[in-house]
Design a protein around this ligand. Structure first.
Ligand code: UGA
Length: 437
């Protein structure tokens, strides 16, 4: 099928490349000229394992093209994906200006019956807005154009894996006509047995928000438990193991730590809460989830202060700056919130990340960013594990002990074994587990 994807961020680019890989003709459009030039030369604008190879394969087969002009992709497209950004407004509500502008421009260029798919995470009710925009822009063509909600469930760092082997496909449409081309588009996956959920549009929009909100709630639940375990002398990892053994609960997303970050959970949770409020339902649980998440970073800073007393003239190494491993995305990263709070306390903060160092430096100029974890830890009075990169899990802990000025480790991701840290002579503050001293 002929597909146009507007917006080549994480979601848009992975969508482009995975659809081209199964044989569709895809044009990826983005107004950012530098990004399009980079993509045309086969270079990926962000770090995502497996994506450069998939893009290159698409370019080589000529099934994937990139352009700065919607006019290059929309006119002949049977399906147009809207994958533009929906950043938060001051109020927490999603800012949908880019969605409206993209829809308007797509409509100006469409020359045939088509389906417009909202893929960006948008509040329930957005499809109705899109439909009205279609009607205003092109009353001649609007009756032949359907609007579909097809939310994505991609995780950064595993986006290619999730796109090629999804655990579900969600298609929301109001009317049978719109489902037909969507089933054809996803036929290669459907034939392989990937479950498809066909719902009305409001249900699809809400289901996407519900998934992210529920996962955030799970993380905040275990982080609240961690605070309690620290006070009670209990071990949150063991508590999570016991909970997780119950199939109805499940062990995933019960890892206590610095909390969730990134460009999805924090902003989607707020947008969902705002949407509920606008619809007349106060979803206070979601507000509490966000508060517990902010507290997770503060709790780690308190541990550093507990260990070091005064922070002035103390060198603190923050290991991991991306919001999670295997990505260079630092947006709303708990690591950066932590680094900022430590700097505010007067500490000398040195950060290291396997891929996100430059981005972090751009965001926090006062943060010293170095190129190896050993440079960061040299002479440090405390090391904080902020992102659970494999490199830190595999680190030579004896070397770490001898590199540091004081052997203090605050583990915001619980990657080390307390007994081992004890044996090596560290003062070790895990999350939700007894301190080793
Ligand atoms: C998330 C969802 O997992 C995807 O299904 C969804 O498609 C995506 O948002 C989206 O809406 O676009 P992502 O933001 O890439 O994906 O990251 P996750 O792997 O879900 O992790 C989110 C945050 O939670 C990270 O900061 C991670 O460190 C943290 N986390 C995760 C915990 O603190 N504890 C856990 O047990 C699990």
């Amino acid at each position: 099928m002929r597909v146009c994807v507007v917006g080549t961020g994480h979601v848009g680019l992975v969508t482009c490349a995975s659809l081209a890989a199964v044989g569709h003709e895809v044009v990826g459009v983005d107004s950012d000229e530098a990004k399009i030039e980079q993509l045309k030369s086969g270079d990926s604008p962000f770090f995502e394992p497996g994506l450069p190879e998939l893009v290159e394969e698409g370019l080589r087969s000529q099934r994937l093209r990139f352009s700065t002009q919607i006019a290059d992709g929309a006119p002949e497209a049977e399906i147009v994906f809207i994958c533009v950004g929906t950043p938060p407004r001051e109020s927490g509500e999603a800012n949908l200006v880019a969605v409206e502008n993209a829809t308007r421009e797509v409509m100006q260029h469409l020359s045939r019956a088509a389906v417009i798919v909202e893929k960006s995470t948008v509040p329930a009710g957005t499809s109705e807005r899109i439909r009205r925009t279609l009607q205003r822009e092109r009353p001649d063509l609007a009756p032949q154009v359907d609007v579909v909600s097809n939310p994505e469930f991609l995780r950064e760092g595993k986006a290619v894996e999730d796109a090629t082997n999804p655990d579900r496909i969600l298609i929301g449409a109001d009317g049978e006509r719109a489902f037909v081309p969507m089933r054809e588009l996803y036929k290669p996956w459907i034939d392989r047995g990937v479950p498809v959920f066909e719902t009305n549009i409001a249900t699809a929009e809400l289901a996407k928000h519900a998934c992210n909100a529920f996962l955030s709630t799970k993380i905040s639940f275990v982080n609240a438990l961690a605070r309690l375990c620290e006070r009670a002398g209990a071990d949150v990892v063991a508590v999570a193991d016991v909970m997780g053994a119950d199939d109805r609960i499940g062990r995933q997303f019960l890892n206590a730590g610095l909390g969730y970050g990134g460009y999805c959970f924090p902003k989607d949770l707020l947008a969902f809460e705002r949407l509920a409020s606008r619809l007349g339902y106060e979803f206070g649980l979601l507000r509490e989830v966000a508060t517990i998440n902010d507290d997770a970073v503060r709790a780690a800073v308190e541990k550093v202060k507990d260990a070091l007393w005064n922070m002035e003239d103390k060198r603190i190494a923050v290991l991991g700056l991306a919001f999670k491993p295997d990505t260079d995305d630092i947006r709303l990263s708990p690591s950066l919130a932590l680094a900022r709070q430590l700097l505010d306390e007067g500490a000398h903060v040195v950060g290291y990340d396997p891929v996100a160092g430059l981005e972090a430096k751009g965001e926090i100029p006062d943060l010293e960013v170095v190129n190896t974890m050993w440079e960061a830890c040299e002479g440090a009075h405390c090391v904080v594990i902020a992102t659970d990169w494999q490199e830190f899990k595999d680190a030579d802990l004896e070397r770490l002990r001898s590199t540091m000025a004081y052997p203090v480790v605050v583990d915001g991701r619980n990657i080390y074994e307390p007994a081992e840290m004890n044996r090596l002579g560290f003062t070790y503050y895990p999350t939700g587990r007894p301190v080793v001293s």
